[in-house]
Design a protein around this ligand. Structure first.
Ligand code: 5GP
Ligand code: ZN
Length: 112
């Protein structure tokens, strides 16, 4: 999608600090980290949010969770949080599906 920030990051048009990449997904460090470790994992194909996941495109979501588990194991992250905000009220600011992975500090529940 030409007007999407994260599509531009995938294309390399906007620089990012890459954590992982394969044919289906891309992971990069968040520009405004909310924890000592905070990266985002996104599908390469544009999906607006979890609310656009369906039987046609859901395989990439399973793949992304496999990738998250692999990165976490490689980085020795034994406790972490995975978050996806859907819609503005929930805090979504970039409308390309992404999973935040946060680790390295105590976290509260419920979230604010
Ligand atoms: P959301 O608010 O949609 O759940 O998450 C979007 C995330 O993207 C935010 O945590 C924000 O810091 C991050 N972000 C926004 N613009 C950029 C950017 O240009 N580069 C990187 N690496 N992260 C970004
Ligand atoms: Zn996009």
């Amino acid at each position: 999608m030409s007007d999407c920030l994260f599509c531009k990051i995938i294309a390399g048009d906007i620089p990012s600090s890459k954590v992982y990449e394969d044919d289906l997904c891309f992971a990069f460090n968040d520009i405004a980290p909310q924890a000592p470790k905070h990266f985002l994992v996104i599908p390469k194909a544009h999906i607006g949010s979890v609310s656009e996941v369906n039987s046609e495109n859901s395989a990439v979501v399973a793949h992304i969770f496999e990738v998250i588990a692999k990165i976490a194991a490689e980085q020795g992250m034994d406790s972490y949080r995975v978050v996806s905000n859907i819609g503005e009220q929930a805090g979504q600011s970039v409308f390309h599906l992404h999973f935040h992975v946060l680790s390295g500090r105590d976290m509260t529940w419920p979230p604010g």
